[in-house]
Design a binder for this molecule. Structure first.
Ligand SMILES: [Fe+2]
Ligand SMILES: [Fe+2]
Length: 328
């Protein structure tokens, strides 16, 4: 699944550790959330984490590589996109924008500015933002109400006669432009008498939201549209052949998780996080101090954790010790 690129960064691959992928591209934290993948990924690979949460790894990697590498990366990964998995991702993003991110920005604008009619500029900025929310709501509402049901129908083998993804693609515009404008208006024209820190914070949120909405629409153009076009062709061919639809998108079944540490190493971790010295660990496990040191070195290398407090979190999360056994 890895794709090595000559003269450029290697794409993320299924065997990469999820924690490395996130640290390399922190914007993927949002994507993980929208795929329904929680944190606490341990040492597991992208494929293992996706499989554990019923997410199609090929689709996750297509989105991850597109967000980092743009259109060129999308071209390399678009074939592997599962439409159902990508739709789940996009629908969660819609909920996030409408139910969380935009209302949060509005609330922070109200806190940072006196938006009453007395303050003309602030009042107009809020009105501008409210109009913008209405536009986003209409854009996402059309996708929720028209485009996504159409695609779900295709996944079930039905093709509506009065719509196709090409129509959507031709009229699909990014919804972030007005945010650029709002940002510029605030930066250039609003001089706060107080609450400058709050206003800077909400401006930063607007920058983030703008990039997020832009990326969202770009994923729809670069990954959803081509995947749905393929699906349309398949449904048309099946209809022509009179064949049954295949089951909707799925992923491989759950896999056994890889044991990250040996049994002995887990015992050493348990002793260390209970506060035992190397000598005490050696006596408890009937091994030499040198062997304890070797185990500790291997544990640090395998987990990339070098402090006792870090090992303590690992030990609790992985059930090696209970919180009450730790001297905190
Ligand atoms: Fe959308
Ligand atoms: Fe869109």
């Amino acid at each position: 699944m890895d794709k090595d690129l000559a003269g450029g960064r290697r794409d993320f691959g299924g065997r990469d550790r999820m924690c490395d992928v996130i640290c390399d591209e922190p914007t993927l934290l949002q994507a993980m959330c929208r795929f329904g993948i929680p944190l606490g990924v341990g040492e597991r690979s992208v494929e293992e984490v996706c499989t554990a949460h019923g997410v199609d790894a090929g689709t996750f990697l297509a989105v991850a590589n597109f967000l980092r590498g743009g259109a060129e990366a999308a071209a390399r990964w678009a074939e592997g996109v599962k439409v159902g998995a990508l739709m789940d991702f996009l629908e969660r993003a819609h909920d996030y924008f409408l139910d969380f991110q935009l209302p949060m920005i509005r609330r922070k604008l109200l806190e940072a500015m006196d938006c009453s009619r007395r303050n003309g500029v602030a009042f107009l900025i809020l009105r501008f933002f409210d109009e913008y929310i209405s536009e986003v709501r209409a854009h996402l509402g059309f996708e929720n109400g028209r485009v996504f049901p159409y695609v779900r129908g295709l996944l079930e083998g039905r093709r509506a006669a009065d719509f196709n993804i090409g129509t959507f693609a031709r009229g699909h515009e990014s919804v972030d432009r007005k945010l650029q404008e709002l940002k510029n208006i605030i930066i250039k024209y609003y001089a706060p008498t107080d609450g400058a820190a709050g206003l800077s914070s909400v401006l930063f949120d607007i920058f983030t939201c703008e990039a997020d909405l832009h990326a969202h629409c770009a994923v729809e153009d670069a990954l959803l549209v081509p995947a749905v076009e393929r699906l349309e062709r398949e449904v048309t061919e099946r209809e022509a052949a009179g064949a049954e639809a295949p089951p909707a998108d799925g992923t491989d079944g759950p896999r056994e998780e890889k044991a990250e540490l040996s049994e002995r190493e887990r015992e050493v971790v348990g002793c260390v996080v209970r506060g035992m010295t190397n000598k005490e660990v050696a006596e408890r496990l009937f091994i030499s101090v040198n062997t304890v040191l070797t185990h500790r070195k291997n544990i640090s290398r395998k987990l990339d954790i070098h402090s006792v407090s870090g090992l303590t979190i690992y030990a609790i999360v992985n059930g090696l010790v209970k919180l009450e056994e730790i001297d905190v």
